[in-house]
Design a protein around this ligand. Structure first.
Ligand SMILES: [Fe+2]
Length: 316
């Protein structure tokens, strides 16, 4: 804990993020409008975040529907987002991925074709491309330099959605490249933390690290207590009947079953590691990772014009 606290005390990006939240909490015009779209097939929440003044918008963590048995993709989830964007007359400037997801395929290329916007992810995606490029024995034509994306965010980088301020925070642990995006007073935290009654994301994928995840979460929970947190997934929790995906820093610090203020780093690592060893791989990890490290594009078609998803046997 001492190390983490010392690091946070010298954290310029976090300090800037905290100031941003305070400004937005005090002034409604600096807060974005947010719509969440829940995909029950993969328990994923996608968001459209927009500036009411300029109607500029970002789409975060979209889902392409994928039927594993037939290998068929469809656009129902993405079309719901397109409908919302059109009805509200929004201009999409960003298509943001919090990380290379292992449980669903991104619809970002489809949305980009229909709506425009720059496709962005954290700059450490290159490390994820390296690890999974090897696992899937991707050829040299698979670039491991992040060039499939239009923009690679770095820790502390600022951006805007219309007049609303944003700042990107690197929060590795679930994967090396996870980012959280703070927009006004709302943080889109990807797969770091889940609802207080469910806990945290797993840290056992290739390149994941439970200790790093704890430090990333504590960093996020050093934002002001009123910071709104929007999660990438919800699985309900024992005793809860409805899906939920919005909470606050204050609520997480008091109530999160894995990382409230009373839990130490070592206790978390012990709990996370033993729990992860009991979890099966996500059903869609093979197609998801292969497509998402390519910016949501299918692998190059073979000579017959068909794209194939590979399954490495006995490798994961
Ligand atoms: Fe994930």
């Amino acid at each position: 804990m001492a190390d983490t606290d010392a690091t946070i005390a010298n954290d310029a990006a976090l300090a800037a993020a905290s100031v941003q939240v305070e400004r937005a909490s005090a002034n409604k015009e600096l807060r974005p409008s947010i719509a969440g779209f829940f995909d029950e097939a993969t328990y994923t929440v996608s968001y459209v975040v927009h500036d009411p003044a300029t109607k500029e918008a970002a789409i975060i963590d979209s889902v392409l529907d994928y039927e594993a048995a037939s290998g068929r993709t469809s656009n129902g989830s993405a079309d719901r987002i397109i409908e919302y964007v059109k009805v509200n007359d929004l201009t999409v400037t960003w298509l943001i991925e919090t990380h290379a997801h292992a449980d669903h395929i991104s619809a970002a290329p489809y949305l980009q074709e229909k709506l425009g916007g720059k496709l962005a992810i954290g700059k450490d995606i290159v490390r994820v491309q390296e690890v999974f490029g090897k696992l899937f024995n991707a050829g040299t034509d698979f670039e491991r330099d992040g060039s499939q994306f239009d923009h690679l965010f770095t820790d502390g980088e600022t951006f805007r959605i219309g007049t609303i301020e944003g700042i990107a925070l690197h929060v590795p642990g679930h994967t090396p490249a996870d980012m959280a995006f703070l927009i006004g007073d709302a943080a889109f935290v990807g797969d770091t933390i889940f609802m207080p009654d469910f806990g945290t994301a797993r840290a056992d994928f290739p390149g994941g690290d439970a200790r790093q995840l704890f430090r990333s979460i504590r960093r996020l929970l050093s934002l002001p207590a009123a910071t709104r947190l929007f999660l990438c997934h919800d699985y309900k929790a024992p005793g809860r009947d409805d899906y939920a995906w919005e909470t606050t820093v204050g609520q997480q610090r008091n109530e999160n079953v894995h990382v409230n203020d009373k839990i130490t780093e070592d206790e978390f690592v012990e709990m996370r590691t033993s729990r992860d060893s009991t979890l099966a791989m996500p059903k869609l990890i093979m197609p998801s990772v292969q497509v998402n490290i390519r910016g949501g594009r299918l692998p190059e078609p073979e000579a017959n014009g068909v794209s194939y998803i590979k399954i490495p046997v006995n490798a994961l």
